[in-house]
Design a protein around this ligand. Structure first.
Ligand code: WT7
Length: 697
C-alpha cells in the first residue's frame, strides 16, 4: 500500500512516544544552545545602493508598517488585498486563528467572507488593464538558442484551453490534479489552469522516482496526471513518461486508478514516437488541448478554498501534503514578492527554482505574475553548457532581479570569476538567495563578483509550510549582514524559545517559532490534521514550530543555524533522514540504517548513511551500489547517499534509541567533541565506528 516505502526502521521511536512528547528536547535531535548568545560582528557591507529605490523608504517606515501589521492584521492585510479583484469582498474582521492546541483544534482563516480566484488575478486582471502584450514568460531552453516568449494574453489563452480540457475530462472544483513536468511554460500554465477551475494542483518535482510520484498521487487521489514525454537537463535525457507510467502502474497495484494522463510532446528532448502510449488513458497534450476555446469561465472560490498541495519531508514517516489556501496565500505572496525583490510591473525577473518546489510555486508562478512582472522560465541548469550560462541569460533578457540557491552560488563560485566577468550583468539590481543558510564567503562572492557590489543580497528565510518569505532584508531599506536573514516580514512575529518553551529575550539562541498566524500559513497536512498539529504546534504549545534553530544578535537580526530535527538540506532540497533510512532498510541485506547530514562544500549538506548488514552478509561494492540504487528508486537521485559507512553497530541508548548526535560528530570527524555518552548501552561502539570510518570515505 501507499505507505509501504515508509516502513518504520527497527530502531525508530514508537509513534506514540513522538505524539505524546511535549517538549523540544524530545522532538529535536540536535543540541541547540538555548541561552543568551553573542554573535560575532560581521564585516560591514554598504548601507545604501544608489540604483535601488525601494518601495519602502527606510527602516522607520518599515517599523511603522510592521507595527500595524502585527497589531491590526485585519486592517493591514485588508489594505494589501485591495489591489486584487474580489468577486465578493472580505469581512471587516476577516482574520481568525488558533495556534494553541490547549485551546482546541488548530485553525487559520484569512479574508473570511471573501471570494476570489488567483488565476484571474495573475492573468485576466492584467489583460483587462490593457497589459496583455507584456511578456509573462521568457522561456529559455536547456540548449543555447532555444527560447520562446509568451505574453500575458497568450498565457491566458493557453490556460483557458487547458482549463476547458480539464473540465472536459471531469475535473471539478476541489479535485486534486497531479503534475509531473519539466520546466516548460506548460508547467506554470497547468498550475494556473487548475486554479482557474478551483482544482487543487499537486506538483511533483521531476527528479522524484516513480515510487515517490505514486505515493503522492495516491495520497491526494489524483485521477488526472499531467506529464511530458521527456526532458534534457544538460546532456542528460530524462524519460519522464516512462517514470510516470511506472508510477501509474504502482498506483494500480494499490487499486488506485489514474484515469487520464495528458502528455506534453517535448519533441526536442524526446519525440512521442519514442514513448509508450496507453490508448484510453494517455492523451497527447498538443492534440487534445489545441482545439478548446481560449476563454474559460472562472470558478470563483471562497478565500479558504484549497489552492494546492505540496509534499515535503519531515522528521518522521512519509512526506506530508502541505495544504495552502487561496486568499491569504495570494495576498501574502504578491506582497512579499513586491517588497523582497523591489518588483514593479514589467520588471524582468528570474527565479532559477523548479516549480516542483515551493519556491517555484510562490516566486516563479504566482508572486511575479500577480505583480505583472516578466518571468524568465529556465529549463536547463546553471552550469550548462558552461558556468557562465546564468550571466549570459541575464544579459540576453536584461534581468533585473535574480533569485537562486546558495548551492548554485557555491558551485559557480568554484568555476571561477572569469565565467562571470565575461558577461556584463549591468541590468542586475537585486540578488536573492533561498533554501539554506548562505555562508558569508558565498554571500561575499555573490555580492562582490556577481553583483559588482551594486546589488543588495536578499537572503530569504522561509519554508514550504510558510508559503512565503518570513525573515529577509528588504533591499536597500536596512543594512545587511552576510549570512543573516535579518528581520521579519510584515505580520510575522518570530520568537526564540528554550527547550521548556520560554521565550528568550534580546541576544539569544534557541528554537525558532512563530507566535501568530500569517496569511499564507499552511492550513493542514492533507488528510491528517492531527499530524499537522503534532508536527508544528505540539512541540511548543501556543507557537508554530519551524524545525529550525536561530540566533538573534544585538541588532535583533536573525541568523538561521539550520534544522534541529531529522531533516537534512541537500542543495536546498529537503530530505527526511527517516525516508532515506526506510529506503535502505528496504534492501534485503540491510539490517539497520541511520542517516545524518554532514557539511558539504557545495551542497551545504551531504547524506551520510551508517549501514549494518544482516549477519553473514559480506560488505561489498555491489551492495553499496545496490543500496544507493534503492534510495534512487524510492525517493529520487537527489537523495542518494554521498557516503555509506559500513557500521559494525550503532550507538544506542539502553532504551534502544539511536544517538544521532554521536553519529553526526563521527561523520564530521569531531569525535573529540562527543559530549556526554554515558547513556550509551555500549560505549565501545564509538571507537568501532571511528575505526571503521576510513573505509567509508
Ligand atoms: C528549510 C525549508 C524556502 C524555500 C526552499 C526550501 C532552510 C530555507 C533559508 C535561508 C537558512 C533556510 C530552513 C528551512 N532554509 N531558506 N534563507 N537561510 N535556511 O523550502 O524545502 O520547505 O525547506 O530550508 O532550514 O526550515 P523547504
Amino acid at each position: 500500500r501507499l505507505g509501504s516505502q515508509f516502513v518504520q526502521p527497527a530502531y525508530a521511536l514508537a509513534p506514540s512516544a513522538r505524539a505524546s512528547a511535549r517538549c523540544a528536547s524530545v522532538y529535536t535531535n540536535r543540541t541547540v544552545m538555548c541561552q543568551a548568545a553573542s554573535v560575532a560582528a560581521p564585516e560591514t557591507v554598504p548601507a545604501t545602493y544608489p540604483n535601488v529605490t525601494p518601495h519602502i523608504a527606510d527602516r522607520a517606515q518599515y517599523e511603522q508598517l510592521y507595527q500595524r501589521s502585527v497589531t491590526d492584521p485585519d486592517g493591514f492585510w485588508g489594505d494589501m488585498a485591495e489591489q486584487f479583484h474580489w468577486q465578493r469582498k472580505w469581512d471587516d474582521k476577516h482574520v481568525s486563528y488558533n495556534f494553541d492546541v490547549r485551546q482546541g483544534p488548530i485553525s487559520v482563516e484569512w479574508y473570511k467572507g471573501g471570494v476570489t480566484n488567483i488565476c484571474y488575478n495573475a492573468l485576466d486582471r492584467h489583460v483587462a488593464a490593457g497589459n496583455g502584450d507584456v511578456p509573462a514568460f521568457l522561456w529559455e531552453g536547456n540548449d543555447v538558442g532555444r527560447d520562446k516568449t509568451m505574453t500575458y494574453a497568450e498565457v491566458l489563452d493557453d490556460v483557458c484551453r487547458l482549463a476547458n480540457w480539464l473540465r472536459s475530462v471531469g475535473v471539478q472544483k476541489g479535485d486534486a490534479v497531479a503534475i509531473y513536468m519539466p520546466m516548460l511554460c506548460e508547467l506554470p500554465i497547468a498550475m494556473l489552469a487548475c486554479a482557474r477551475i478551483g482544482a487543487v494542483h499537486s506538483v511533483v518535482f521531476g527528479g522524484f522516482s516513480a515510487e515517490a510520484l505514486a505515493g503522492r498521487i495516491e495520497d491526494c487521489q489524483a485521477r488526472v496526471l499531467l506529464t511530458a514525454s521527456g526532458v534534457m537537463r544538460a546532456n542528460k535525457k530524462i524519460d519522464l513518461k516512462k517514470i510516470a507510467d511506472d508510477a501509474v502502474k504502482l498506483c494500480a497495484k494499490n487499486n488506485f486508478k489514474v484515469e487520464t494522463c495528458l502528455v506534453y510532446d517535448n519533441a526536442n528532448a524526446m519525440p512521442r514516437s519514442e514513448c509508450a502510449f496507453t490508448p484510453g488513458r494517455d492523451v497527447w497534450w498538443q492534440d487534445a488541448v489545441a482545439d478548446f476555446p481560449t476563454t474559460a469561465e472562472v470558478e470563483w472560490v471562497d478565500s479558504e478554498h484549497p489552492l494546492f498541495l505540496l509534499y515535503t519531508s519531515g522528521s518522521t514517516g512519509k512526506p506530508k501534503g502541505v495544504l495552502h489556501s487561496t486568499g491569504g496565500y495570494m495576498v501574502y505572496n504578491a506582497t512579499t514578492t513586491k517588497y523582497a525583490f523591489n518588483l514593479s510591473p514589467g520588471d524582468v525577473y528570474w527565479c532559477t527554482a523548479d516549480c516542483g518546489w515551493i519556491t517555484g510555486h510562490s516566486y516563479l508562478t504566482y508572486g511575479p505574475l500577480l505583480n505583472g512582472a516578466t518571468n524568465v522560465v529556465f529549463e536547463g541548469v546553471p552550469t550548462y553548457p558552461d558556468a557562465g550560462r546564468c550571466w549570459e541569460v541575464v544579459d540576453k533578457y536584461k534581468v533585473k532581479q535574480f533569485y537562486t540557491a546558495p548551492t548554485a552560488i557555491r558551485s559557480l563560485m568554484r568555476s571561477g570569476d572569469s565565467h562571470v566577468q565575461k558577461h556584463k550583468r549591468d541590468s542586475l539590481q537585486i540578488l536573492g538567495t533561498v533554501g539554506e543558510p548562505i555562508n558569508p564567503e558565498a554571500w561575499r562572492w555573490y555580492h562582490d563578483v556577481v553583483g559588482d557590489g551594486r546589488c543588495p543580497v536578499v537572503d530569504t528565510w522561509w519554508q514550504t509550510e510558510t508559503g512565503g518569505h518570513m525573515i529577509l532584508p528588504l533591499p536597500n531599506v536596512w543594512q545587511q549582514k552576510p549570512g543573516s536573514a535579518t528581520l521579519p516580514f510584515f505580520g510575522v512575529v518570530p520568537v526564540l524559545l528554550d527547550e521548556k518553551g520560554n521565550e528568550l529575550k534580546g541576544e539569544a539562541e534557541g528554537y525558532l517559532c512563530i507566535k501568530n498566524a500569517w496569511p499564507s500559513t499552511l492550513r493542514t497536512v492533507y488528510g491528517d490534521h492531527e499530524r499537522y498539529e503534532t508536527n508544528y504546534f505540539k512541540p511548543f504549545p501556543g507557537y508554530y514550530f519551524t524545525g529550525d534553530g536561530a540566533k538573534r544578535d544585538a541588532d535583533a537580526y536573525y541568523w538561521i543555524t539550520g534544522r534541529v530535527d531529522d531533516v537534512i538540506n541537500v542543495s536546498g532540497h529537503r530530505i527526511g533522514t527517516a525516508e532515506v533510512e526506510s529506503a535502505l532498510v528496504g534492501h534485503n541485506h540491510c539490517a539497520e540504517a541511520a542517516v545524518v547530514g554532514f557539511e558539504h562544500p557545495i551542497k551545504g549538506q551531504g547524506i551520510y548513511a551508517y549501514v549494518t548488514l544482516m549477519e553473514g552478509v559480506e560488505y561489498s561494492e555491489d551492495i553499496r551500489k545496490d543500496l544507493i540504487k534503492a534510495v534512487r528508486n524510492t525517493i529520487g537521485a537527489f537523495a542518494a547517499p554521498d557516503v555509506i559507512h559500513w557500521a559494525p553497530g550503532l550507538p544506542k541508548t539502553r532504551s534502544g534509541k539511536i544517538m544521532r548526535r554521536v553519529l553526526r560528530k563521527i561523520a564530521a570527524k569531531e569525535e573529540d567533541q562527543l559530549g556526554d555518552v554515558s547513556t550509551l548501552a555500549d560505549p565501545g561502539v564509538v571507537q568501532q565506528l571511528v575505526a571503521s570510518r576510513q573505509a567509508a570515505l
